[in-house]
Every structure is written in structure tokens, then in C-alpha cells.
Design a protein around this ligand. Structure first.
Ligand SMILES: CC(C)(COP(=O)(O)OP(=O)(O)OC[C@H]1O[C@@H](n2cnc3c(N)ncnc32)[C@H](O)[C@@H]1OP(=O)(O)O)[C@@H](O)C(=O)NCCC(=O)NCCS
Length: 405
């Protein structure tokens, strides 16, 4: 049997969409993915057997903010294998090919969302951006502890995405992992769910101060659904940015005004202060989600672009084990200089030793070097090495909950 891995040609996009639709149990229906234009954002890679597409995945070349700078980022999505071809190692091979592909494109890191984290963990992606899903009934809580807002909401249309983007860009450097959004991303992935057919865009409101300056926004989906018990109303927050206290209080009050909603769902990062803002925080239901898994595709490039407050000349030797990206394997000399890190091949005894996957939660800021060493995720030479590594590669900005794809 001849197996080939490569980029899909445009005339093969229909086959790719068909395999994806079948893999995700949506029936033999490639139309939605094609009509939604997902391949304008994502480039499909295919696994062909005897010339027939049997598995595929897509890589969206973009950038994400880490430690306040843009890092070239590969968004891996729509990982699919025909049901009849599963557990033959095809997607495993395709993931390795995707790593080589992203390395060739100069994408230093890669993210993905999945219900199968153990599958991707073996190929070097790791939990790095967990999300909290808050669910609450609007009549059960009050924002007793927040000041009364002075500004007001104004309804936005999809065409107003540049205004929302200007607010999002002010928020972006405050969390690690937030994607740089293009116009296509705003239209196809924020105003609409990427992979769920939907005729109209989601609703959006901007928060304006009394003087008229925008300081926040919310994009949300208010909808009804029929259940055995009748019609239920649901409000799901797709995206919310509040740059100041007035916007935070005002937008939350706006959400709580949806008094028909059985549930309001807010997906947030671990720093979301909602439990502190409401009076009866025990009425918030919270669920942990895996969120975005992260992989360092190119360790040298990923750390080379990183700002650093460490004194010039501070350095460590990091040993990386990477079974699927051999260019990462080995010793790396990481040294601070001129406010950023410099990374070159290293020599001698390593100060730190880890699998490439264990670098991802350190890179995102989910875990400190100290905690990773204490819990055995990474091995260190001695206590001094922990402190030096913390100053060099430890994140100073917390992980955000980036756009799902
Ligand atoms: C998940 C999916 C892509 C896996 O494809 P596949 O070709 O069967 O995967 P492979 O055979 O290459 O498996 C590679 C390794 O991952 C393991 N693996 C496969 N599917 C797994 C899963 N769902 N959970 C955990 N591990 C999994 C395999 O056992 C194998 O490990 P091994 O090398 O130790 O034997 C495929 O089952 C699928 O299309 N599922 C439906 C769509 C989907 O869920 N896509 C992923 C969304 S992120």
C-alpha cells in the first residue's frame, strides 16, 4: 500500500472536507466547510493511500502573543481519519509530517483543541491554556461588589470588527497565547462559530464611557432551543474584553439582564474575577476544560524571540528530548542579553532536562520552573539551576484562554 503525506491541492479540498465531515460524524457533507471558507484560513495536509485521501489535518499559519511579543504560531485543526482507516497510525504519521511542515514554515509553536489530549501529548503537545467554564442563572447572582457603571452599551455589527479588534489588541499583551486576529478570523471564527453552520452572525456590544470612548466589548450568542421541558433560552459569551472597571461591571450587568436565560455560559481564563464579583459565588458552576494544548515546534526559535528581564550574561544549559522533532533534540545554551533571550546549541552538563512537551506549560505561564521541578515534570541539576531557569525561561504573563479552533 503506498502512503503519501503532502499539502492538499485546491482541487482536493472537497475530498478533504468530505473526510473531515465523515470523521466528525457530520455525514457525507463537505459543503459547509467549503462554503464557510475554512481553507482560506487553514491549509490542509493530507495522507493519501493509493491516491485516495484517508486522513487529513489543517494548519493555520498565524501569530500568537507570548510575553508581549508576536510568536509565529501554527493552529492545528480538523484532525480527521476516515472511521474505517483508524488505529493504523495514519494520523500519528500526519502529525509528525505537520511538525516538519510547520518547522519549514518557521512556525515556532503550535496550538490545538481536542477531546483526546493523550493522543497529542505523545507527539509533544501539552496542556498549557486550561479554561474555566462558568455556568450560572442570571437571577441567582448579583454584582454586589462592583461599582455602578457610568458608561453604556452600543450594538455593533460584523462590519464593526476593526473597533472590536482595536480593543482586543489592547488586551492581547496582558495574557499569553492570544491569537493575532485577521479580518477573516473575526468574520469566520469570532462572529460565527468556525465549524457550526449558522446563517446570521453572533451579536456584539461595545462598552462606551460617558465621554464616548470604547473600553470593552462582548460578542455573544443568545438563542432558544427546544427540549422535553419546552423552550429554553441560553446565553453563551463567545468573547469579552473589559479594559477597565467600568467596562467590566457594565458588561457583566448587561449579561445578567438576559433574564429569560436558563443559563449564562462564560468561558474564561483562571484569572477571571467573576467569583469575587458576585454575591453568591457558590451558585456559579465551574468546569475545567483542557483548552488549548501547546507545542514548541522549534525550541530555539520559540525562546529566541522571548523578552527577558534577567541580567545580561545569565545563562543555563537546557537538554531537550523530542522523539518527533529531531531538530529540537539535545543541548541548548540559553542566555539573557539586551532584554531578550539568545539561544544557541549548548555543551556540557545540562542544568535542566525535560521532554519537549513539559516546556509548553512553562512557556505559556501555566506552571513556573520551580513548580515544574518540585513536581518532577522537569529534572534540574540543583536549586541554583531552578532559580536561574525561572528568571530566564519562566513566564511573567499568565496564560489566557485563546480562541478555540
Ligand atoms: C482521533 C483520530 C484523528 C485518530 O486517528 P487515527 O489515525 O486512528 O490515530 P493513529 O492510529 O495514528 O493513532 C496514533 C496513536 O494515538 C492513539 N490514539 C488514537 N486515537 C486516540 C484517541 N482518541 N485518544 C487517545 N489516543 C488515541 C493510538 O492508539 C496511537 O497510539 P500508539 O502509537 O501507541 O498505538 C481519529 O480517531 C478521528 O478522526 N476521530 C474523530 C475526529 C476527531 O476526534 N478528531 C480529533 C479532533 S482533535
Amino acid at each position: 500500500m503506498s502512503i503519501e503525506m503532502r499539502e492538499a491541492h485546491p482541487e482536493e479540498f472537497r475530498d478533504v472536507a468530505l473526510v473531515t465531515a465523515l470523521a466528525f460524524d457530520a455525514g457525507p457533507n463537505p459543503e459547509f466547510l467549503l462554503a464557510h471558507g475554512v481553507y482560506e484560513i487553514f491549509q490542509p495536509l493530507v495522507c493519501l493511500e493509493e491516491g485516495r485521501v484517508v486522513a487529513c489535518l489543517s494548519v493555520g499559519p498565524m501569530s500568537a502573543f507570548y510575553e508581549g511579543v508576536e510568536v509565529p504560531f501554527g493552529a492545528v485543526s480538523m484532525v480527521s481519519c476516515l472511521p474505517e482507516e483508524r488505529r493504523r497510525g495514519l494520523v500519528g504519521r500526519l502529525l509528525v509530517y505537520a511538525l516538519e511542515h510547520m518547522h519549514r514554515l518557521g512556525l515556532a509553536i503550535s496550538g490545538l483543541f481536542t477531546p483526546h489530549p493523550s493522543l497529542y501529548r505523545r507527539y509533544g503537545w501539552a496542556l498549557a491554556h486550561p479554561r474555566l467554564r462558568y455556568t450560572f442563572h442570571p437571577k441567582d447572582v448579583r454584582l454586589r461588589w462592583l461599582p455602578h457603571p457610568q458608561g453604556r452599551t452600543r450594538r455593533m455589527q460584523e462590519e464593526d470588527w476593526p473597533l472590536l479588534d482595536s480593543l482586543y489588541r489592547q488586551w492581547q499583551p496582558r495574557r499569553n497565547g492570544l491569537l493575532v486576529r485577521s479580518e477573516a478570523w473575526w468574520r469566520k471564527a469570532v462572529f460565527r462559530p468556525l465549524y457550526v453552520p449558522r446563517s446570521r452572525p453572533l451579536e456584539a456590544m461595545v462598552w462606551e464611557t460617558p465621554k464616548g470612548g470604547p473600553t470593552g466589548y462582548v460578542v455573544y450568542d443568545a438563542h432558544q432551543r427546544r427540549t422535553d421541558r419546552g423552550t429554553e433560552h441560553l446565553l453563551t459569551v463567545r468573547d469579552m474584553v473589559a479594559l477597565d472597571a467600568d467596562a467590566y461591571a457594565g458588561l457583566l450587568r448587561f449579561l445578567l439582564s438576559f433574564d429569560l436565560a436558563r443559563d449564562i455560559v462564560l468561558i474564561a481564563d483562571s484569572l477571571e474575577p467573576l467569583p469575587l464579583a458576585v454575591d453568591e459565588s457558590q451558585r456559579l458552576q465551574g468546569g475545567l476544560e483542557v483548552g488549548m494544548m501547546l507545542r514548541l515546534v522549534d525550541v530555539q526559535q520559540a525562546f529566541s524571540s522571548r523578552p527577558s528581564a534577567a541580567p545580561d550574561g545569565l545563562a543555563i544549559v537546557l537538554e531537550v528530548k523530542d522523539a518527533f522533532a529531531p531538530w529540537n533534540e539535545g543541548l541548548w545554551w540559553i542566555e539573557a542579553g539586551g532584554g531578550r533571550l539568545h539561544v544557541i546549541p549548548g555543551r556540557g552538563d545540562p542544568d535542566l532536562f525535560c521532554d519537549v512537551a513539559d516546556l509548553a506549560p512553562i512557556y505559556s505561564g501555566l506552571i513556573s520552573v520551580r513548580e515544574a521541578a518540585r513536581t518532577g515534570l522537569i529534572r534540574v541539576k540543583d536549586d541554583k539551576a531552578i532559580e536561574v531557569a525561572q528568571r530566564l525561561i519562566g513566564a511573567r504573563i499568565p496564560p489566557g484562554s485563546p480562541d478555540a479552533f
